[in-house]
Design a protein. Sequence first.
Lengths: 228, 635
Amino acid sequence: MPTIVQTVFILDDDVSFCRALERLLHVLGYRVQAFQSAFEFFAHWSPDVAGCLLLDLRMPDLNGLEVQRRLAGLEPELPIILVSGEADVPSCVSAMRGGAADILLKPFQEEELVAALTRALARDHRRRQEQAEQTDLRTRLATLTPRELGVFRLVAKGILNKQIAAMLGTKEGTVKMHRGHVMRKLGLGSVAELVNFADRLKLDDPCPGMHALAGRFRSEPATTAAEA
Amino acid sequence: MQPRRQGLSDPTRAYRSCQGPLDAPWQWCVVAPVLFDARVTGVVLLLQAAAIVVLGLALRRRARERTSADGRLQFERLLAELSADLSTVPTDRADEAIGHWVARLGSHFEADRVALVQFSDHSSRLHPTHTSDAGPWPPLPDCYEAEELPTLIGDIRQGRVVRLSRMADLPAAAGADRATLAAAGVQALVAAPLAPGGQPIGLLAVMMSRCERHWSAETVLQLQLVAGVMGGTLLRRNNERSLRSIDALSGAVLSSLSARVAVLDGKGTVVRANEAWLAPERSNGIAWAPVGQNYLAVCRSSPEHESGATELARGIESVLAGEQSGVRLECSTSTPSGEHWYEVVAEPLRRPTGGAVVMLTDLTARKRAELEAQQHRAEAAHAARAATLGELAAGLAHELAQPLAAIMTNVQASRRLLTSEQPPMALVGEILDDIASDDVRAVEIIRRMRALLVKGQVDVQPLDLNELVGDVLRLVASDAILRRIRVHRRVEPDLPGITGDRVQLQQVILNLVVNGLEAMSEMPAPRRHLNIETDLREDGLTVRDHGPGIAPDLLGKIYEPFFSTKSDGLGMGLSICRSIAEAHGGRLRAANHPSGGAVFEFALPVATVDRPPETRRIQERRSYAYDRSDGLHSR
């Protein structure tokens, strides 16, 4: 039983199958919400609700792959288990490329369904946790001044205080002072924690404009940019 | 002019009449006066001189008459020899002989040139075929056009002799003749027509080039006699030549035929055959007989019955007996070099003594091409059908997956519910209802699928079942030959009429027959018989094969869609057949025959007489059948 409240969404145009699946998942203890058309689903669904989607590949109005494409642009991504009446290889391949968590062939056994749901929900849970962590890290990072952010960035790269001072055109003492502020504001105890923080923070470029600055002192600016 | 036959027919009398004057007593009086006086002597001398002159004249005349008599004798001999020679000469040497005699005539007539000229068969031309020249005269051309010698030819064609002692004898209007003859250097000419049996075929001309010449009536007569003999010879030669050319033509026609042709006499003996027939290595297993042997006997003693020799003998016999105006049958033989197909045609020989012409045409190449094409067509049709079925099956799979998945899921849910302490029975009941309705849905899908495979609209019309059987057997005839299967048809002539869709019913019969043929592919040749019968009993049509039969445990399955015992079968044949049979209000039954093989019985309701045939949609019948089969669900 999942610990966080997660909802299993069902999107299938076949009323009878929808109802049967809803019943079974209810019996199995899942929270279920079933829809018969993609429009209905998009009207009710919100990204905040944790869970996964059991999606029928063949539907009259908007088929499974199109629904998957629409959902792909949204954050956090909803794990999709595609349900198909036949092993249509090209559709399955494009579904998997599109990031589907699993594919179930109708009719399926309960065990297959539960296994697929467990995997998908765990994936959703992990994603949501990651997202929450990112939000936390970013909130904390947002408390830094631009100068402190620059120092944070360079320290995370393992550059010595003296070099940082030279790069920023200040004294080593000033760098030390900024570094102290950073550690305190982010609640970090050591340089190792700082590096870990920067690692977990999957920011493309936490310090815009720093590349060019760093490039002046580094022999390989391209590498710097790539590392950044 | 009238020939003076009597003078020539009795030359001795003519000779005697020449001797007459020498024995006369008055001749001695010419010598007597020499004995008297001078006066008298003068007179006597005068008289003597006159007598000498008279005697000289008489001697000259006698000499001349003797020459003429010798000439006649000579001609008599020549004519005798000519007749004897030309009447016995073989026709292939006739031209040579005529050439020889034309030369002899040249010397006999003391002519500068003798020419035998023939009219060509189909045009107005003249061909100087034989000439004899006594000097270096300008040669005659190969042929003359009729316009070059109009007057001369006109006379000859009317059977008249042309006698020109000098060119001036030609009438003033004959300018063309004059110019042509002058070009050939002719100064005098006598020509007699060659007209054996009154039909002018040419002319025999004697010509002078050095001088003009008076042609005596006797010369003309002789020429006519010679022309008569030569004309006869030419006619004989021409007749034989045309006979031989007709024979050579028919021989050439026969030998140019690639088919093997033999001419049989009334008893079946080969009297003539073409080269292809006479080459035994080309017989390829089919009965063969050389000239002089009886072909019927050869056919009857043929060891195998497979090549159809017995049937062939029977066919030829009926043609020889005049029972049939021609027989045509196909047969196949198997030789080390492979399978050969023949078309045998026997036609009566139209002549009083009877006989027949037998022609064997090798159809192997054509047959192979045909079979190949047929196979390709069948493959293409199979592929097309398979593709359609594939699409249908994909659709069917998806369609069926829905209710099946719903049923499965409902079953799993209810199983969970029932294991709980207080099972919600109302909910379980609801689930069972859902399962039942999903099952109905699945059945409906399958029914729809089958309906798709059977053609949508049918044209119901009155039909003759025997005719349908004939149509189908024609379709599979070469297939049966290829598989070496003998198809036995026995039809009930007084079959009541039926109504239905021609194409669909043909499809059913074809399916049953082809199934039967295919079932026997592994059987030994003597067992390969397929019986197809129509009768008045309840089962209108019976198709029986002598194959391995149907395994008892499969008897119930053979009508199921996609059930097939064949590696390449689609498993739709019998399923569709049964659908068609039911749609026609009939039925299709399969069983194993007690003595081996499978029997399919196809029964159709008899058409009612009082109701006119109408065109209905089979859809109506199908929905009716569906309504009736509601019981299926509870099964």
